[in-house]
Design a binder for this molecule. Structure first.
Ligand code: PLP
Length: 239
């Protein structure tokens, strides 16, 4: 085994142990939870290695990087191995929606109708279906750069998205506000999820929890964890 492969295998195992312990503490089954390994800033070779180690769900957050990497991963895996499910977890500029809709399977960060419409057009053009999550901003002092819908707008936007044929609203996503207790944000997200499900019972995914707060997310019902650093290491510094 190469050194990097060993490193990734060990980190993956460590993360699985944390997930197992948190599931046990919360009385939940491991198979209620999807681990999305966020590989932004790391090379396609790492993605291919993770797939070989059994990872089925990969997260990316920057279109320019992701669209190139998807092709590289496909080449590295060859015909024998299925591609992982690609989750787009970062902010999407409306003008990038055409590209993101051509390769992503799940978009976690839909936070406005215009973006949803642009993704719909892209999915239609490429004859694909996209699963989408509505990103909610739970920061009492919202930062527009981080994205996310105001909780008050959630149900109305979900209603409108129902009309888009190539998108399927599967649930909610949030990033715990900086400097606040993640527990509080995740409890709030769970409440919003329950309200959304009254009208949209199939929208039962809850994407919450990253390297530093996955235990809190599992305690509050997360179905999807987005974990980068704890598995791949610190991201290479960038511009
Ligand atoms: C990068 C990223 C993650 C992963 O964060 P880590 O702290 O490295 O685990 C999760 N969610 C989103 C939206 C991200 O951009």
């Amino acid at each position: 085994m190469s050194q990097r492969r060993e490193e990734l295998a060990r980190a993956l195992e460590g993360t699985e142990e944390r997930i197992a312990a948190a599931c046990q503490a919360a009385g939940r089954d491991r198979d209620e939870i999807t681990l999305v390994v966020v590989t932004k800033f790391f090379p396609a070779a790492d993605v291919a290695t993770l797939v070989e180690l059994g990872v089925r769900d990969i997260g990316e957050s920057r279109d320019q990087e992701a669209k190139v990497k998807v092709g590289e991963v496909r080449d590295l895996l060859g015909d024998g191995r299925p591609m992982p499910t690609l989750h787009f977890v970062g902010q999407v500029q409306t003008k990038k929606a055409g590209s993101v809709g051509s390769y992503a399977d799940v978009v976690h960060s839909v936070d406005r109708e215009r973006l949803a419409q642009a993704l719909e057009r892209s999915a239609q053009r490429h004859d694909r279906r996209l699963e989408v999550l509505l990103q909610v901003d739970l920061d009492p002092d919202p930062d527009p750069d981080r994205g996310g819908l105001a909780p008050a707008d959630l149900l109305e936007v979900a209603e409108r998205l129902d009309e888009l044929e190539h998108l399927r609203v599967r649930g909610l996503m949030t990033v715990a506000p900086l400097g606040a207790e993640p527990q509080e944000a995740f409890a709030r997200l769970a409440e919003l999820s329950a309200r959304l499900r009254e009208r949209h019972p199939e929208a039962d995914w809850v994407s919450a929890g990253m390297s530093s707060d996955l235990e809190a997310a599992i305690a509050h019902g997360a179905t999807h964890l987005r974990v980068g650093t704890a598995i791949l290491g610190s991201r290479p510094s960038h511009r």
